[in-house]
Ligand binder design. Sequence first.
Ligand SMILES: NC(=O)c1ccc[n+]([C@@H]2O[C@H](COP(=O)([O-])OP(=O)(O)OC[C@H]3O[C@@H](n4cnc5c(N)ncnc54)[C@H](O)[C@@H]3O)[C@@H](O)[C@H]2O)c1
Length: 502
Amino acid sequence: VEAAAGQAPSSDRALVLVGFMGAGKSIVAVELAAARGGTPHDSDKLLEERFGHSVAHEFELRGEASFRAAEEDLVCDLLSRAGSSDVIALGGGSILSERVRRALGGHLVVLLDVDPAVAWERVRADEDGAQRPLARDRDAFLALYAERSALYEQVADVVLLWARSASGEYPVFVARGLLAEDRLDPVWPLDRSASRAFCVSDETVAALYGERLGELADTIAIAPGEQSKTLAQAERVWSRLVDAGMTRADHVVALGGGVVGDLAGFCAATYQRGVPVVQVPTTLVAQVDSAYGGKTGVDLPAAKNYVGAYHQPAGVLVDPDLLATLPAQELAAGWAEVLKTALIAGGELWQHVAGGGELDERTIVACARTKLQIVAADERDGGRRQALNLGHTVGHAIETATAYARYRHGEAVGLGLLAALRLSALEDLRAQVRELLLARGLPVTLAGAGVDVEEIVAATARDKKRTGAHVPFVLVRAPGDVTVGSEVPAADLRAAVAELID
Ligand SMILES: NC(=O)c1ccc[n+]([C@@H]2O[C@H](COP(=O)([O-])OP(=O)(O)OC[C@H]3O[C@@H](n4cnc5c(N)ncnc54)[C@H](O)[C@@H]3O)[C@@H](O)[C@H]2O)c1
């Protein structure tokens, strides 16, 4: 902390991590500070240094009340001296203190999201953790989680999901108003004093939100829409980056929907063999799906997403307030991806979506969490990740067969979901999903599209998941229970597509 090093305290905001034990706050504080060129602090570690022994031992020696008093003093002191270069991990129970909650006031408080079952496994697997006084009984642990969740949400300005994959880890920050300057600085995942930001956006979004990103070395805006997701546009972006003098020390910012995210991500993956990209998604499709997971690329006239690379972002910054300017049809198209994610996740998310629940920040976080969990288990589409392609085999074929001009990606996915549910022989669920699509004004037939069954079936044959003779389909057994890699008889596929045309 600056003051501890003899400097004047900074008035800037520190990033303070709160959340349940086992969320990984200590490790994440170290990672975030390293990426931003800042300093990590960990209240539990500092307390252990002061005690000369573990927190567990202190609990045994002097009891919880005495521990909490010491914790309160230390945390308040830490917060009073902290500045913009500090990343502070707070012990899970520290915010029970009202004094601590008040001291959080000037800082950016970030809730590190964790699944309670995962937190329990982590705490039990960790030698010190198993000694933690509040982690001896699973049911009590889960009850404490439920009890504390509301308080964490109350004090936090921002939710943080920590994305893991075989090729790297990165932060996903979600908050309404995140793109306001006093919030954006503390969450920027790279050190902007050492790495310049080159923004790739589309003309609409650049005009609306370009200025929110602070100082940019350059902004390259493509024409909006899927028809810009091409190699020709990628070449234009690469050339502009060269002209603007971008080096490997710099980074790309993808500000826009899935088209910008995929194109800018691909340019970042390939420019000088790879520079970091920060994804700032501005459509619902991008906020619930495309900004995460590292798939980047462009379309070919013959097939969608055919040229690309896996390139995980350095971070994702999600501000649901940006959706306020999104045209209603784009919002609806994004909702089709929410529906897809809910079918894959099942449980609470499905209940919420099927019940016509509001599209709020929680829903966006739930979709992001679902996608990140799947990608963490299978980054490169070897198996489980293919589940995310539910509805996409026929959906992509519809987009290709209509020259990427007639349907929004989400609209095509909605139609693809209906085909997938037909192939899954789930009549009732198909009817329910059809009603949900209709309620959002999404197409449920291909009427007027001027395509025939054979064109779409031929386009599915070029699906990238194809291995050998057959195209593997993602099928549904029930919400929350999807299977990947199913072979589907050609006659059934024809019938499922024909049903959309009739
Ligand atoms: N990489 C992945 O994992 C992945 C996943 C899903 C979809 N995708 C891809 O995403 C693409 C579709 O993305 P999309 O639906 O976001 O389309 P998009 O990027 O074309 O955006 C849709 C339209 O909304 C406008 N817009 C964007 N943000 C706005 C805002 N906040 N206010 C007003 N207007 C705004 C854009 O200018 C554009 O006209 C497809 O190419 C699809 O293949 C990729």
